[in-house]
Write a protein that binds this ligand. Structure first.
Ligand SMILES: NC(=O)c1ccc[n+]([C@@H]2O[C@H](COP(=O)([O-])OP(=O)(O)OC[C@H]3O[C@@H](n4cnc5c(N)ncnc54)[C@H](OP(=O)(O)O)[C@@H]3O)[C@@H](O)[C@H]2O)c1
Length: 281
């Protein structure tokens, strides 16, 4: 399982995709709004005809006019529908296996009045599209516990919230997913690539355990997620075949109870706030 690489160039992106498939990766996380549909196009061209590949795409935003960030919210039901249609086109499919609705709740992001959309209205559109056969199954991203509870009767197969060893505010959402048999595909599983985010590899205990096991700190961070949540599906982003190979190999790393207990002592809410307070201290 992996997330699509950020696109340095077409050839290296395709190499990462092909190598992932060769290594047995069968779950690819993408979005039409990544690189304006280019990520989807590479995925469709490289792996679209392979059997057993599950594509999970995402709606709820559109790309900014320039550069990769920040994403522009596109939360309205009619926008979600248009984004699904865009994904069908760039993925060259009649029906993506799973579509995550990336929720941007009022109060969590600067939203124009039009983008402050009721969660139930969004879910009604997602369910309608599933009934029409436009999407295989519904996933959710960046949802609260309350929202997930509201969506459960409608059928949710996966949740993609921010979560890693250094960012564990979403523990209750994870618990509910575990109890309901919903896959947990956290974003920023390594802490994220943004400057200032609390990177798992910077934690001394992670580095120490990596040394003891002859593994890399990244691998220890991924192994912790797999040991902590048996419903975890990992989507570490990478542009590098070497990193991809290390990340896949993390699946074989065994962490004993002592290692898990030591890792659990890491500040669970590092995030940017934790990073700033560490700088101040
Ligand atoms: N639903 C949402 O709102 C949302 C938001 C953000 C992200 N996501 C998804 O979640 C995925 C993961 O997020 P992310 O990629 O930003 O963060 P991440 O997976 O936590 O970290 C990726 C960073 O780690 C590096 N990396 C990966 N494997 C490595 C290894 N073995 N050794 C050293 N460095 C390694 C990557 O660099 P290299 O390229 O050099 O390997 C990249 O800089 C994304 O790709 C994204 O699409 C979803």
């Amino acid at each position: 399982m992996m997330q699509l690489p950020r696109l340095k160039d077409a050839a290296s992106a395709r190499k990462v995709l092909r190598r992932a498939f060769e290594l047995g990766v069968d779950h690819f996380d993408t979005a039409h709004f990544y690189a304006g549909g280019v990520a989807n196009t590479y995925l469709a061209e490289e792996l679209g005809s392979e059997q057993g590949v599950v594509i999970v795409t995402k709606v709820g935003a559109r790309p900014p006019k320039r550069g990769p960030m920040p994403m522009v919210p596109a939360q309205r039901p009619e926008e979600l529908r248009q984004e699904v249609l865009d994904n069908l086109r760039s993925l060259r499919t009649d029906r993506p296996d799973v579509v995550n609705m990336r929720r941007i709740a009022p109060g969590t992001y600067p939203l124009t009045p039009k983008q402050k959309v009721d969660f139930d209205d969004q879910m009604a559109e997602m369910v309608a599209m599933r009934e029409e056969g436009l999407i295989g199954a519904i996933g959710l991203s960046a949802v609260s516990l309350t929202e997930l509870r509201r969506a459960l009767p409608l059928g949710v197969v996966c949740v993609q919230n921010q979560y890693s060893l250094t960012s564990r505010k979403q523990e209750e959402v994870l618990d509910l997913c575990r109890a309901e048999g919903i896959a947990w595909a956290p974003f920023f599983p390594l802490g994220g690539a943004f400057p200032g985010s609390a990177k798992v590899v910077h934690e001394p205990v992670v580095q120490e355990i990596a040394r003891e096991l002859g593994a890399t700190p990244m691998q220890v961070g991924l192994a912790w997620l797999l040991h902590h949540a048996d419903n975890a599906l990992l989507i570490p982003g990478t542009t590098s075949v070497a990193h991809l190979e290390q990340n896949v190999a993390a699946g074989a790393i065994k962490l004993d109870d002592q290692a898990m207990a030591n890792l659990d002592t890491v500040n669970p809410v590092g995030g940017i706030r934790g990073f700033v307070s560490r700088l101040r201290s």
